[in-house]
Design a protein around this ligand. Structure first.
Ligand code: NAD
Length: 317
């Protein structure tokens, strides 16, 4: 299959993703879809004007659902824009209407690739997209805490004065207020960061707690300052897309379906997962300690309560 990607929702997040895709030359063909057709046409023209400076030739155009038939991946970035003071979960009912409409059109198009979701609340919208699409669970993925993990790596790298690429640390659970960091699996190169904190080597336990808190709440600060967050998520989506199109078998903390792992099933939540051309090849099960397991279980409860509010069985009819 050629590396054709479609974006549904060409707002701030969708276009930041598109811009990252063009700058990194991640696909051969990029289709922009939105209910605001005039906007996608303008966006496509604008992006085409940058192609002289891009690393590869790309076909970029404003399209519609018929263009999905031979696409490898569709990324859903449509949804209500964030509003200051709202949590991601507060957008649940507005987002499900959008998701239902989009998934119906994707199914009707004959699309047979991978669905990547960014719409918030992302873990719940990914579950809904999976249910509504009838696709295999491995082919429906949420961006989950890929972004939060990048934020964590950035904060740790700054504090330790080490390149972000040498920080291996994940935020897991909800892409939202119940997320947490399993610190026992955070490494700076080959050094466990918890061990570094116990020796006060460049970082303390208090600073780790502050960083975890900052990562959990940073989106609220960004939204207060500039109304929305988009560059970081755009680049996170591009990273996940690249892992899929290039069959990388890379480990990313996406929102994946649990089928008994971590003692839970029938839920989408963020855990480190191996990503390749088939989507989620495998969920990695970290042996969490008692405190971490309690936090994870709490996050699953939040997910399940909110899935329950959607009444998906009736929505499927
Ligand atoms: P935005 O308002 O800038 O863009 C949303 C776009 O969706 C608009 O262009 C709108 O016309 C389009 N749209 C709405 N309904 C549609 C439909 N049925 N079909 C096609 N297009 C439709 O908003 P934004 O800031 O880009 O945010 C979009 C979504 O991304 C929100 O749900 C937001 O919460 C989410 N988001 C997720 C993350 C993450 O980490 N997962 C980060 C930031 C934002």
């Amino acid at each position: 299959m050629k590396s054709k990607v479609a974006i549904i929702g060409t707002g701030m997040v969708g276009m930041s993703y598109a811009y990252s895709m063009v700058n990194q030359g991640i696909c051969e063909e990029l289709v922009l879809i939105d209910i605001n057709k005039e906007k996608t046409e303008g966006e496509a023209i604008d992006l085409n004007h940058g192609l002289s400076f891009a690393p590869r030739k790309m076909k970029i155009y404003s399209g519609d659902y018929a263009d999905l038939k031979d696409a490898a991946l569709v990324c859903i970035t449509a949804g209500p824009p964030p509003i200051e003071g709202e949590t991601r979960l507060d957008t649940l009912h507005k987002s499900i209407g959008v998701m239902k409409n989009i998934i119906g059109s994707i199914k009707a198009s004959g699309f047979d690739g991978i669905i990547l979701i960014a719409t918030n609340p992302v873990d719940i919208m990914t579950y809904a997209a999976w249910k509504l699409s009838g696709f295999d669970k491995s082919r429906v993925i949420g961006s989950g805490t890929t972004l939060d993990s990048a934020r964590l790596r950035s904060a740790l790298a700054d504090k330790l004065d080490i390149n972000q690429k040498n920080i291996h640390a994940y935020v897991i659970g909800e892409h939202g207020d119940s997320q947490f960091v399993p610190w026992s699996y955070a490494l700076c190169g080959v050094q466990p960061i918890y061990h570094m904190a116990s020796k006060n080597k460049g970082i303390s336990f208090e600073e780790l707690a502050d960083i975890e808190d900052e990562v959990r709440n940073i989106a609220y600060k960004i939204i207060k300052a500039k109304k929305a967050t988009y560059y970081g998520i755009g680049m996170s989506l591009a990273r996940i897309t690249k892992a899929i199109l290039e069959n990388e078998n890379s480990i990313l903390s996406v929102s994946a379906y649990l089928d008994g792992q971590y003692g839970h099933d029938d839920v989408y939540i963020s855990v480190p997962s191996v990503i390749n051309k088939d989507g989620v090849r495998e969920v990695i099960e970290l042996p969490l300690d008692k405190g971490e397991k309690e936090k994870f279980d709490k996050s699953v409860v939040v997910m399940k309560e909110n899935i329950g509010k959607l009444d998906l069985e009736n929505n499927l009819k």
